[in-house]
Design a protein around this ligand. Structure first.
Ligand code: PLP
Length: 411
């Protein structure tokens, strides 16, 4: 039996406990959705205000140089590189995750001419699959997106596979791939390996260079707490940089943007991955979130995450038996990212009822209750309190109320 007192004791000697104070967390909310939209760091508002009032308001266009706006995508990319095991010059901040996927997939197909398959997991995040489909259709050269079950990925890689595109931690179940093993399997067949780190960066240790990954993308607004719609990042391994050709040829990816030449010449290396002007205000918010992540050792984050995800799953099973909740995340810690999911046929109204009681997780179609575990600001006792509310919602049947049944635009 797990008790609330035991959890409060864990909080008392949690080395990460002080990190919570760096976030604004609304009263009466237990936030289990930091894997969808991270909460606001307290320092963000002042930093964004400074960028708006001083750098934009006073500096005007001079700030592209004087306030270092033009260098921000490299500077912040360099900080992200430290979180994902990459050399500092191999990561830039740009665009959205979806657009970065398109750019890197295009570059991967160009680097493997003659191979026609983009291989991915059935059940990968839809935008990853959609961008691959759209690129293949646009190229119209016989490329296809092939989707197989997670367990069959390694054996499905063959001589026609140009690139293996996988999300390291599955958004739906929290299942985590063995990055080193899959990357090695891709390379053994001459394919490139592209990782989506949307649910990994800032949540689990990642060693892109150590694993030999060729390319990666990741998201700024989830575990990196960069704010809604924060810019994303992309990584390209050193060995690809001399020859990489990105498919989107905007002026900021040009070798000399301010020469205003009449035709495109790619900037060398990763700078060719830029398209248009960087989102300066959004990037300034993102940097605050990343600075916090850099202050928290990832080994400590991972250890607390493993403990919290295991405790949460155990608590739900202890406190809510007989209500039809089925654990949908791997029980084995090494195969689990930083979330816990339960399947239930009435997952949607149950999650709406939980949200109405201040326990914010999310629903993922068709039947998943998803709870993000974010060690930077989540206390052990919060797990107890969230599960007590879940138990209440289930035993009282309050989720059956009419108001919890209607689907809203964002779930
Ligand atoms: C959240 C997420 C995205 C988001 O893409 P955007 O272009 O930022 O909307 C992409 N891929 C995965 C796996 C995600 O979890």
């Amino acid at each position: 039996m797990i008790t609330r007192d035991q959890l409060a004791e864990l909080d008392a000697d949690d080395a990460l406990a002080p990190m919570r104070g760096r976030f604004h967390l609304p009263e009466g909310v237990i936030y289990l959705d930091g894997n969808s939209l991270g909460p606001m760091p307290k320092a963000t508002a002042a930093r964004v205000a400074e960028v708006v009032r001083q750098e934009w308001g006073e500096g005007l266009i001079r700030s592209w140089n004087d306030a270092g706006w033009m260098d921000m995508p490299f500077r912040i990319g360099g900080k992200i590189a430290r979180l994902v095991g990459a050399p500092e010059g191999n990561v830039i901040v740009a665009d959205s995750t979806s657009v970065n996927l398109f750019k890197l997939l295009g570059a991967a197909l160009a680097a493997r001419p003659g191979r026609r398959v983009i291989l991915s997991e059935r059940g990968n995040f839809p935008t990853d699959l959609y961008m691959a489909e759209g690129l293949a259709a646009l190229l119209d050269r016989g490329h296809t997106l092939r989707q197989v079950e997670a367990a069959d990925i390694a054996s499905a890689i063959d001589d026609d596979t140009a690139v293996v595109m996988l999300t390291h931690v599955n958004y739906h179940t929290g299942a985590m791939f063995d990055m080193a093993a899959i990357t090695e399997a891709a390379h053994a067949k001459g394919a490139l390996m592209l990782w989506d780190l949307a649910h990994s960066a800032g949540a689990v240790p990642v060693d892109l260079a150590g694993c030999g990954a060729d390319m990666a993308v990741g998201c700024g607004y989830k575990f990196l707490n960069g704010g809604p719609g924060a810019p994303a990042f992309l990584y390209v391994a050193e060995h690809l940089l001399p020859t990489i050709r990105f498919p989107l040829t905007g002026w900021l990816g040009h070798a000399a943007p301010f020469a205003f030449e009449g035709s495109y010449r790619p900037a060398p290396g990763i700078a060719g991955g830029f398209v248009g002007s960087p989102a300066v205000i959004s990037m300034s918010a993102l940097e605050v979130g990343i600075d916090i992540a850099l202050d928290a050792p990832i080994a400590g984050i991972r250890a607390k995450s493993i403990r919290q995800t295991a405790l949460f799953a155990e608590l739900v099973e202890q406190e809510c038996p007989g209500h039809g909740l089925v654990l949908a995340s791997p029980r084995e810690a090494a195969r689990r990212g930083s979330q816990v999911c339960f399947a239930h046929s009435e997952a949607y109204p149950i999650m709406q009822a939980l949200i109405a009681r201040g326990v914010i997780g999310d629903f993922r179609a068709p039947d998943i209750l998803r709870f993000g575990i974010t060690p930077l600001y989540l206390r052990y006792a919060d797990l107890w309190d969230a599960v007590a509310i879940l138990r209440d919602v289930l035993t009282s049947g309050e989720w059956r109320q009419e108001r919890f049944q209607t689907r809203r635009k964002v779930t």
